[in-house]
Design a protein around this ligand. Structure first.
Ligand SMILES: *[C@@H]1O[C@H](CO)[C@@H](O)[C@H](O)[C@H]1NC(C)=O
Ligand SMILES: *[C@@H]1O[C@H](CO)[C@@H](O)[C@H](O)[C@H]1NC(C)=O
Ligand SMILES: *[C@@H]1O[C@H](CO)[C@@H](O)[C@H](O)[C@H]1NC(C)=O
Ligand SMILES: *[C@@H]1O[C@H](CO)[C@@H](O)[C@H](O)[C@H]1NC(C)=O
Ligand SMILES: *[C@@H]1O[C@H](CO)[C@@H](O)[C@H](O)[C@H]1NC(C)=O
Ligand SMILES: *[C@@H]1O[C@H](CO)[C@@H](O)[C@H](O)[C@H]1NC(C)=O
Ligand SMILES: *[C@@H]1O[C@H](CO)[C@@H](O)[C@H](O)[C@H]1NC(C)=O
Length: 451
């Protein structure tokens, strides 16, 4: 109680004196604050400058995944606010990093890329398809890029320990190859569910179900719907690391919401409700998003600064897939967005929102991803839902064989470039799509190149 009172005092003080003045019930105010934070976020990106690489934030300190996550945040920014000023850098970035096999494994990253890193880019491509970011002629379609990553990871499913699951790392020499973790399997789960919803192809939903069932059976998710970090394959996943990060829970919440959207069975309703309840309870003490394992002692790393924002991004998607969840989610987004905005000034946002700490000069792109995702998320009620192939999206999945432009799945038409597609917000695609729905047009033969 004392803490809440102090928080309210800090919020009142900072919002008038230092913070960005967010009126959480005014869409103009939300858009204005979001626009300021988006600009701050993009100021960290120098990919178009001489000597820099298109599509990448500076490394160090940023790993490959975070650039993909930043572009995904910008797609959601456009989708929610209608401001398309960053769409060109997003498109260029997402195309520049596809790599020689059109699967988001650029050669430069091969020393360090993990399954989760690769999946962040696939999810950004998926968002591009769902928001109808224009396809670019001669390049693989957004959906074919997401599908290529999906197929890579299917081939990496590992039965040799723990009765299945994906390893964190792709290459055996990398630290973490022996670790099987929830984020890796949860990102693959989310990707599979979104491909399933978008295409209606049951290969994806079968893998989503299999991955989810494995994750619960292996104890990575417990009976109370806590989502733990992972376990070593070398001990057959017998010793669980029980630390809980917010985005790990978030990827399972949104995956469950996508499954619920395409199949309203009890299985997915109870998974969604259980995961959501536990996630909101663990990560929003006092109603403000909080990175439990590191925030109290200020030991969050650069990677960890973006995690709360990824959670927000996926909670917004959850509302779109299962609108009834809005009653539980939106109040948390509101209280967090106000607290976050109060720590921002014209140059940067803070991170420890529940204390009102402005972060001094200690800031990075993750601070901005996090603050922006809560603020822009407040617009979810005004936004249209993501499209599917049958509601105005691009159908072709195709292949990624590295043979360059002109291969199957390469686009020959441009999208309309507006997010105002035909799907209604939170529209539910009937389960009938599996049996009677359109079959995805697969142009040409399928020849997956497995690395
Ligand atoms: C790979 O790294 C080189 C050298 O830094 C750079 O010039 C090139 O643009 C990078 N390619 C990609 C796809 O990131
Ligand atoms: C893994 O084992 C399952 C049965 O437990 C089997 O269906 C599947 O084909 C196996 N996958 C691989 C890649 O060996
Ligand atoms: C590993 O654990 C699985 C259950 O997760 C069990 O089925 C399997 O027999 C175990 N393998 C070994 C080698 O202990
Ligand atoms: C919906 O999910 C349930 C539970 O997993 C499953 O038994 C059923 O086959 C699914 N229906 C469709 C059409 O996929
Ligand atoms: C932040 O940096 C500016 C100039 O770089 C400096 O004047 C200011 O004292 C710093 N603030 C904090 C809290 O460290
Ligand atoms: C995708 O397929 C559906 C169903 O066959 C069709 O109605 C829709 O027009 C197609 N979209 C495109 C962009 O081809
Ligand atoms: C469904 O997707 C899988 C995975 O990409 C692909 O192998 C299969 O051909 C697709 N099926 C149809 C009917 O398009």
């Amino acid at each position: 109680m004392a803490r809440l009172t102090r928080l309210a005092a800090i919020a009142a003080l900072t919002s008038s004196v230092y913070g960005l003045d967010l009126k959480a019930d005014s869409s103009d105010s939300i858009k204005s604050v979001a626009s300021t934070i988006a600009q701050q976020m993009v100021s960290y990106y120098h990919g178009n400058q001489r000597g820099k690489t298109v599509g990448l934030l500076d490394s160090p300190p940023y790993y490959f995944w975070e650039s993909g996550a930043m572009f995904d945040t910008l797609i959601q920014y456009w989708h929610l606010t209608g401001d398309n000023q960053y769409n060109d850098i997003v498109s260029q970035g997402l195309q520049a990093q596809i790599g020689p096999n059109e699967n988001y494994m650029p050669t430069n990253q091969s020393a360090s890329i993990g399954n989760d890193d690769q999946a962040f880019w696939a999810l950004a491509a998926m968002s591009a398809a769902e928001a109808k970011l224009p396809e670019s002629q001669g390049n693989p379609t957004w959906i074919s890029l997401a599908d290529a990553v999906f197929n890579d990871q299917v081939a990496r499913w590992d039965n040799s320990s723990c009765n299945g699951g994906l390893r964190w790392q792709i290459f055996a020499l990398n630290t973490g190859y022996s670790y099987k973790n929830s984020i890796t399997n949860g990102m693959f789960f989310q990707l599979a569910t979104r491909l399933a919803r978008y295409t209606g192809n049951s290969t994806y939903s079968d893998w989503a179900t299999k991955t989810f069932d494995w994750t619960t059976a292996a104890g990575f998710i417990d009976a109370k719907w806590n989502v733990f970090d992972g376990a070593q394959a070398s001990t057959n996943c017998s010793e669980m690391d029980h630390v809980q990060f917010s985005y790990v829970a978030g990827t399972f919440v949104t995956g469950a919401a996508h499954m619920y959207n395409i199949n309203r069975s009890n299985k997915w309703k109870s998974a969604l409700d259980g995961l959501l309840r536990q996630t909101l309870s663990v990560f929003f003490p006092d109603g403000i998003a909080y990175e439990v394992p590191c925030e109290k002692r200020a030991t969050c790393t650069t990677d960890m600064h973006a995690m709360k924002g990824l959670l927000a991004h996926w909670l917004v998607d959850t509302i779109q897939m299962a609108p009834y969840t809005s009653d539980a989610i939106l109040p948390k987004l509101k209280s967090t967005a106000s607290a976050a905005a109060a720590t921002c000034n014209e140059g940067a946002c803070g991170f420890e929102w529940s204390t009102g700490d402005k972060g001094g000069n200690k800031t990075d792109v993750g601070y901005e991803i996090s603050a922006l995702s809560y603020v822009q998320g407040l617009l979810v009620g005004e936004a249209v839902g993501p499209v599917t192939a049958s509601s105005g999206g691009t159908n072709a999945t195709g292949t990624s064989t590295g043979s360059g432009p002109g291969t199957s799945g390469t686009t020959t038409t441009s999208g309309t470039g507006t997010p105002s597609a035909t799907a209604n917000a939170g529209s539910i695609v009937g389960a009938a799509i599996y049996t009677t729905g359109p079959v995805v047009a697969l142009l040409g033969s399928v020849a997956w190149l497995i690395l």
